[in-house]
Design a protein around this ligand. Structure first.
Ligand code: UD1
Ligand code: CA
Length: 481
């Protein structure tokens, strides 16, 4: 492939997004629009990859400093002006230049490869990617013989031109020489008073350059995001693509339309994803996993044959080994769970290193935050954490330790030990009967402890006046006779 440089235009204000952030940083399936475009550009191994930035330039530049070079367009005077600023910063550029837009995240690398081939085959100086999509603003105006004449923007078009369905996607492959000459020729003769990059096409035609168009097969690829509605539309398209790719790779979706999987997520074959599942960030799931309905999995790594949900929440930073089982209403954060470990119902495991074959019973919690700082706990292999236990971090539970239900554990527990940290149970005979003013169904056991009998007297004394008060209380006004 001949040498190719890429210029990404990403300086626009994005006014129609009505946002505090630069438009190109808005995400489509968990990945910023500009990032999608950079990934596509990178597949070409371009000689230069330059991004024209304007709004929030510092933030955009900082985020992608190692991926591209940046050219500042201090004042946004249009797409043609942006290209002019870029070329001024790259004076030695030769060969071909591919122009991409930071707000067109769905373009496929295959389409660009086809453009490169078409430009070569047709010996074009400028190859423009067109689409049959009447919602795209740039209109391709052809002469009587069908030769492309110029591009007119909808705002500047006549009613006759507006009826033309063939549109400009904004993706151009153009010789650096023509582009340089073209952007120098631009003047702001249009409704917006901007320098339009599209006018380079008219200039090229008028000056005898060879201008060709290539129709994109799938117009969805060229969806430009200018509004929140278009952002949602782009997300819908990409979401579908992601799920279809995963299905091709051997993942089952019970309902492919009812899941939200980010672009960078990877899932192994034979995994089954039920409806209402959201998997975000750079999450990795192994093979044979079963993610039941209503789970949210953020930036976590999950081994093979893991079962999660229904309705479980994995916040970022978890690593689950194979055969782990996480049940309903369990939240995990920044924790490691070893092979075969189970947390089947209702619990929170935060900042913990949990070994293999550990059992977290219903309602067990790792108390990782004391109101000031977060600390980690360690739970060894084969430990058993009973129902409703609190492990107050930092604490170390050795392998094979057993935590009794309802215990609040603040000290380490050695191997094989039973830790029980809760009040001893007392039964007070006849307490309920006395409270309700009837004779106890069962006489106090003759062996009832003195302590229990004393308690009973105390409690009796306390409830008597209280119930007395309740009896004297007046009925609510509505029910008064
Ligand atoms: C542009 C094209 C239109 C095409 C459409 C495809 C022009 C004049 N119009 O219209 O023919 O059909 O794209 O989506 O080129 N930008 C800058 N600096 C600026 C202005 C814009 O970097 O001064 C960047 C924006 O950040 C954006 C891209 O250029 O990424 C396109 O700009 P936008 O204003 O969205 O152009 P459209 O009206 O969509
Ligand atoms: Ca646009």
């Amino acid at each position: 492939m001949s040498e190719i440089a890429v210029i990404v235009l990403a300086a626009g204000q994005g006014t129609r997004m009505k946002s505090r952030r630069a438009k190109v940083l808005h995400e489509v399936c968990g990945v910023a629009m500009l990032e999608h475009v950079l990934q596509t550009a990178e597949t070409l191994s371009p000689s230069r990859l330059a991004v024209v930035v304007g709004r929030d330039a510092d933030e955009v530049q900082k985020r992608y400093a190692d991926r591209a070079e940046f050219v500042l367009q201090a004042e946004q005077r249009g797409t043609g002006h942006a290209a002019r600023v870029a070329l001024a910063a790259l004076p030695e550029l030769s060969g071909d230049v591919l122009i991409l837009y930071g707000d067109t995240p769905l373009l496929r690398p295959e389409t660009i490869e086809r453009m490169c081939a078409a430009k070569r085959e047709r010996a074009a100086d400028l190859l423009l990617l067109s689409a049959h999509a009447p919602t795209i603003p740039g209109i391709l105006v052809r002469d009587a013989e069908g030769r492309l004449e110029r591009i007119v923007e909808s705002q500047d078009a006549t009613p006759r031109e507006l009826a033309i369905p063939e549109r400009n996607t904004g993706v151009y492959l153009v010789s650096a020489k023509l582009l340089r000459e073209g952007v120098e020729s631009l003047a702001p003769h249009n409704a917006q008073g901007e320098l339009y990059l599209t006018d380079v096409v008219g200039h090229a035609v008028r000056h005898g350059f060879r201008v060709e168009t290539m129709l994109v097969e799938d117009a969805e690829e060229c969806l430009g995001v200018n509004t929140r509605r278009e952002l949602a539309a782009a997300s819908r398209v990409l979401r579908r693509r992601i799920v279809e790719r995963l299905m091709d790779e051997g993942v089952t979706f019970v309902d492919p339309d009812a899941v939200y999987i980010d672009a960078a997520v990877r899932i192994g074959r034979d995994s089954v994803i039920e409806p209402g599942v959201v998997i975000t960030g750079r999450s990795r799931l192994g093979e044979g996993c079963h993610i039941k309905a209503g789970c949210v999995i953020e930036d976590s790594r999950i081994g093979n044959d893991v079962t999660i949900g229904p309705s479980a929440h994995l916040r970022p930073g978890n690593e689950l080994a194979s055969k782990v089982k996480v049940g309903n209403f369990v939240e995990l954060k920044n924790s490691k769970l070893g092979e075969g470990t189970k947390a089947a119902h209702l619990g929170y495991i935060g900042d913990a290193d949990v070994g293999a074959h550990v059992n977290f019973s219903c309602g067990a919690i790792v108390v990782n935050y004391d109101g000031y700082k977060k600390t980690r706990s360690t739970i060894g292999d084969h430990a058993f954490v009973g129902c409703n236990a609190n492990l107050v971090s930092p604490v170390e539970i050795a392998p094979h330790a057993f935590i009794a239900a309802g215990s609040t554990i603040t000290k380490s527990v050695p191997t094989d030990a039973l830790a029980i940290a809760r009040d001893r149970q007392r039964n007070i005979d006849g307490w309920v009967a006395r409270k309700e003013g009837r004779a106890p169904a069962r006489a106090p056991r003759p062996d009832a402890g003195a302590e229990a009998r004393e308690m009973a007297t105390v409690v009796q004394a306390e409830i008597a006046p209280a119930t007395g008060r309740r009896r004297r209380r007046r009925p609510p006004p509505g029910r008064r006779r």
